[in-house]
Design a binder for this molecule. Structure first.
Ligand SMILES: [Zn+2]
Length: 265
């Protein structure tokens, strides 16, 4: 937890500044402070859904809700390799971004209920946000897809801890090492690391083509908590190395919203 001090400083500054800050500059945390998950809906008028929404995420996908369906078929998808990706810590999560290929045929997408959504980024949560019969996983990877009309479909993959690293995620330890070398007080959110090649087809294959998944209509799990998100939470976890997990937690700490499908939320 090499960030504890700088994060605390940033969090303190954000609490002071969020009270009357412009909505687009509002900050949030995962702590028990005034910017924590239970207050997100009060931090900005644009974030009201975090408080008033009726389809909020995450949830326990096995909590016997009629709105959640288990689907055995794989998602119809096409994932293509990406060569211009960057990884960084955005202040809330470790996220991988890239420029969409101009060539439509080189795009990565999924099709949900007959609608095509392009993959725009993915990021991590530790521990997992969704639960299965009240059980967490060590982490959860969110593949965020956007349709032409702006609506979102997210694929959630649980991370299962193994002793040996999953080479697919080696850039996480590289980022952790790079940030570790920065002078104290450096803005770690500005540090980006290029990823030579992101083999998205291999990731989809490891996730068994996203077959056997819980689907439901939910929301973004971070402000503005926008609803109408088509969730696909895949049952089979993907493996994640212990070293990689420790690097990930070094970088983002605890960043999991509490579940939204319990009375008294
Ligand atoms: Zn997420």
């Amino acid at each position: 937890m090499k960030f504890t001090l700088s994060i605390a400083a940033v969090a303190l500054a954000s609490i002071v500044s969020t009270a009357f800050a412009a909505p687009d500059s509002a900050h949030f945390t995962y702590g028990t402070d005034d910017a924590g998950p239970q207050h997100w809906g009060d931090l900005s008028p644009l974030w009201a859904k975090c408080k008033t929404g009726q389809q909020q995420s995450p949830i326990d996908v096995k909590a016997e809700k009629p709105s959640v369906k288990f689907v055995k078929d794989p998602i119809k998808y096409k994932y293509a390799p990406v060569t211009n990706a960057v990884i960084g810590y955005n202040g809330h999560a470790v996220q991988v971004d890239w420029t969409q290929p101009a060539n439509e045929a080189a795009a990565s997408w999924i099709e949900v209920a007959g609608k095509k959504y392009k993959l725009v980024q993915f990021h991590f949560h530790t521990p997992s946000e969704h639960r299965v019969s009240n059980r967490f996983s060590e982490g959860e990877l969110h593949l965020v897809h956007r349709a032409d009309d702006g609506t979102l479909a997210v694929v959630g993959l649980f991370l299962e801890l193994r002793i040996t690293n999953n080479n697919w995620f080696n850039w996480i330890t590289d980022l952790d090492r790079k940030i570790d070398r920065l002078a104290p007080g450096s803005d770690t959110t500005k540090t980006k690391l290029p990823i030579k090649k992101l083999d998205l087809p291999a990731l989809a294959k490891a996730a068994k083509g996203f077959a056997n998944r819980w689907t439901y209509a939910g929301s973004l799990t971070t402000p503005p908590c926008t609803e109408g998100v088509a969730w696909n939470v895949v049952k089979a976890p993907i493996s994640f190395g212990l070293k990689q997990f420790n690097a990930l937690v070094d970088l983002e700490g605890f960043n999991s919203r509490y579940i939204m499908d319990r009375p008294g939320k």
